[in-house]
Design a binder for this molecule. Structure first.
Ligand SMILES: Nc1nc2c(c(=O)[nH]1)N[C@H]1C(S)=C(S)[C@@H](COP(=O)(O)O)O[C@H]1N2
Ligand SMILES: [Mo]
Length: 439
């Protein structure tokens, strides 16, 4: 898909309201979150969802939702997503099975979704999205209010960037950690187009006191309260000024879909996905570590030292997660497949390593006794995941497991077992195993 299209949704649909409606419908998240969404947003949303005006809308009792939008018995699916496993429908959280992550660039349909609150109505509403303004304030000489048009005057870049949720792999911890039980698929590498955050921060003029960023999105708290901020995270200024930290408005050549942050999001590649705030409305440059919701206490933090499984760790003994650890996936073949003895099995997958690169990927089919070096490609740009492939021939019939283990550019390897337990179940980068029966 071309990353060079210069349009945004607000431009391309300006003269085509029908297409805009169709798009909105297609991007609607789901039956049940549709209901929640409708409850919160009312008239405008009803009109869009029904594709018709409601002449007697003023008579519809408060709290009623048009029956055409609620009397469906369809299974819970996320429109516009293909084969994702839904972990929670409100807020919406869904991961991708590894074999559906086989593409070099993750298609939008297969990119995981992680929401802490409700998708903001403005993500579906061309009008208010068009009027969206990004505020930059705090430790800057010139606080800025930039419209989308103004943001588009900065130098534009297109990069493939890996985003992985800090909680990917949480399901592996014992005792279990509360939260979405992600297994392997809260990761993706899509192509984003936008501008560099550092260019915008330079324009605002950073004061000497600037040390950290705090990002705010338009999403709504699950309570629906407009005053409550769902999540506001940021990074040290160094990461914000990184050559690949973006403010993006396009994903794989299309306007950012509502679920992924329309109209604008930050991408802090290689760091926990939570630092890539969607539906961006404000960047607060801080003179101290940011302390927005989900930035303090136990959220997105791990113990400063190893702790026995099941321990309580005090907030002051927790540290913020920065770069994510090295990890890999086997995206072909799908686990639990059959393979004919005597034929080569061609394996492939991806590997990534936070702020670092991946130096090697090794494969074993004898439970780790021997390891074969896979062919590993360079990333197409820094922070894109790296593709690997390998061929193996099994010595006999029977049950095999194929294990993949990546090594980062500092020499650190993925552990074979689940790494250090932590209260919220972050950073499980244990190697991926698939089952193959040779017949
Ligand atoms: N405004 C906002 N931004 C957000 C979130 C959120 O709940 N609200 N979730 C974060 C988390 S925890 C992750 S892992 C990524 C997921 O991005 P995706 O849904 O595009 O895959 O978005 C991040 N940005
Ligand atoms: Mo996340």
């Amino acid at each position: 898909m071309s990353g060079n299209k210069e349009h945004g949704l607000w431009e391309s649909y300006e003269n085509d309201p029908e297409k805009a409606d169709a798009e909105i419908w297609n991007r609607w998240p789901s039956q049940s979150s549709r209901r929640d969404f409708l409850k919160k947003t009312g008239l405008a949303a009803f009109t869009i969802a029904l594709g018709a005006h409601l002449p007697f809308i003023q008579n519809l009792p408060t709290g009623f939702i048009p029956v055409a939008l609620t009397d469906t018995s369809e299974d819970f699916v996320i429109a516009g997503k293909d084969g994702l496993r839904i972990l929670n429908d409100c807020p919406l959280n869904a991961e991708t099975p590894p074999h559906l992550l086989d593409d070099p660039i993750t298609p939008i349909e297969r990119h995981f979704v992680r929401n802490n609150g409700l998708v903001p109505p403005s993500a579906y509403d061309m009008e208010s999205a068009q009027g969206a303004v990004l505020n930059i304030d705090g430790e800057v000489h010139r606080p800025l209010k930039l419209s989308l048009e103004q943001l588009k005057t900065f130098k534009r870049y297109t990069y493939a960037l890996t985003i992985e949720c800090g909680g990917n792999g949480r399901a592996g911890y014992d005792p279990p950690a509360k939260g979405n039980q992600w297994t392997l698929g809260a990761v993706g590498c899509a192509r984003y187009r936008g501008i560099l955050l550092k260019d915008v921060l330079r324009e605002a003029g950073l004061k000497d006191t600037a040390v950290y960023t705090g990002y705010y999105g338009f999403d709504l708290h699950l309570s629906g309260s407009p005053e409550k901020v769902v999540i506001s995270r940021g990074t040290p200024l160094d990461k914000a000024m990184n050559e690949y930290t973006m403010i993006a408005w396009e994903m794989n050549g299309q306007p950012l879909p509502p679920l992924h942050g329309f109209p604008l999001r930050v991408i802090s590649p290689g760091w926990p996905g939570s630092a890539s705030i969607k539906w961006l409305r404000r960047i607060w440059v801080r003179n101290r570590e940011h302390d927005g919701p989900k930035m303090t206490g136990q959220s997105y933090r791990v113990p400063k030292y190893p702790v026995p499984p099941g321990s309580k760790v005090s907030d002051s003994d927790m540290r913020i997660i920065e770069s994510m650890p090295v990890k890999s996936l086997i995206t072909f073949p799908k686990t639990r497949g059959r393979h004919n003895l005597g034929m080569e099995l061609n394996l492939r997958g991806h590997a990534w390593a936070g702020d670092l690169t991946v130096r090697a990927v090794h494969i074993s089919y004898d439970f780790g006794q021997t390891w074969i070096k896979a062919d590993l490609e360079r990333p197409i740009n820094r922070y894109a995941w790296q593709h690997w492939k390998a061929s193996i021939k099994f010595p006999s019939r029977g049950y095999y497991e194929v294990w993949a283990r990546a090594t980062d550019s500092d020499g650190r390897m993925q552990p074979m077992v689940v790494p250090g337990w932590n209260p919220k179940g972050y950073l499980n980068n244990a190697m991926h195993r698939i089952a193959v029966t040779v017949v």
